[in-house]
Design a protein around this ligand. Structure first.
Ligand SMILES: [Mg+2]
Length: 322
């Protein structure tokens, strides 16, 4: 197992050294200095080859994504990322692969000042588990439970591109090279909305990050907050690439049901709407209002001001006679 010992050394050479890490990698545990009057937000995600990313995804993208999906969960709570630990299971001790993987991991860690504080490397089918921890001041956390009828529903950025890239990956359609390059980046290198999440602490009544698809994740907010919502499908922020490739109807379906967007879906009350829009514009974050919450307990949709049907699997078809 000498090779694996060598592999482990890749994870100790890192640039980020935080003052709140009293003891980093190398002992039985890391020791952290807990900040005062802050919650420590903790999240874990596992990525398995062939399940969470296509088998032939390059190692740098896998490293990036493993960190990004966890930072995205912290962002959805309004937390500032601080520390990560990483458990890596590898079929073989492939130094080149690990070198590229680490590039993806540490690029994101350096950008967000996140320190790797521990982990484990073992042999087996490729799988990556990351635990990320961040901080959020007491009572400033954004949960899924605070949305109220009358609140407005917003989403950051654009949605559906990653799902379009997956369709190409799996041969369901063939994209022109330029389009594929564009959307593949959204799939392989998602950007966690860390800054938007922290900005939203002062404004959002509820938030979630989009990992499973807009409808599925929106349902979590509706269930947790006991609210319903009417989604205005015309307003969904769909990229030109997606719109031009699939046309309006299918593009909307994919934006609703495709996953892997890692944008933030959040709600804000009427009286904080303007302040929130200004604050997010100030940090350069594009957002789109896509609906309003109500008492119905259900997700309904409209298109061109007409009610549109939606079934349990999501958006069904454009049908005005309901
Ligand atoms: Mg999440």
């Amino acid at each position: 197992m000498k090779e694996f010992e060598l592999i482990r050394s890749y994870f100790t050479e890192q640039v980020v050294k935080r003052k709140d890490v009293a003891l980093g990698i190398g002992d039985d545990c890391a020791l952290l200095i807990a900040p005062e009057r802050q919650h420590i937000a903790v999240t874990t995600d596992t990525l398995v080859a062939g399940v969470h990313f296509p088998e032939f995804t390059n190692a740098k993208a896998i490293g990036h994504k493993a960190i990004a999906v966890n930072l995205s969960d912290l962002a959805a709570m309004g937390a500032e990322p601080a520390w990560i630990s990483l458990a890596l299971t590898l079929p073989e001790a492939d130094e080149d692969w690990v070198g590229e993987f680490c590039e993806g991991v540490f690029e994101l860690c350096e950008f967000y000042n996140v320190q790797l504080i521990g982990g484990d490397t073992t042999q087996g089918p490729l799988s990556i588990t990351v635990t990320a921890q961040g901080t959020v001041p007491f009572d400033k956390q954004i949960t899924r439970t605070g949305a109220k009828p009358g609140d407005w529903l917003y989403v950051t950025g654009e949605i559906g591109d990653a799902a379009l890239a997956l369709k190409h990956y799996y041969g369901e359609l063939e994209l022109p090279f330029d389009t594929y390059t564009l959307v593949k980046k959204r799939l392989d290198y998602p950007s966690p909305q860390v800054l938007a999440g922290q900005t939203l602490r002062e404004y959002a009544t509820a938030a979630i990050d989009l990992s499973d698809g807009l409808l599925a994740d929106l349902q979590h907010i509706c269930t947790s907050s006991n609210v319903g919502v009417n989604l205005v499908l015309d307003q969904l922020p769909i990229s030109n690439a997606l719109y031009d490739t699939l046309g309006a109807e299918q593009a909307i379906e994919l934006a609703l049901q495709g996953g892997d967007d890692y944008e933030l879906l959040f709600t804000v009350s009427e009286d904080k709407k303007v302040g929130m829009e200004t604050a997010l514009a100030d940090v350069g974050q594009t957002i789109t209002c896509i609906g309003q919450l109500n008492h119905s307990g259900k997700i309904t949709t409209t298109l061109n001001s007409q009610p549109t049907q939606i079934n349990s699997k999501g958006f069904e078809h454009f049908d005005n006679d309901q």
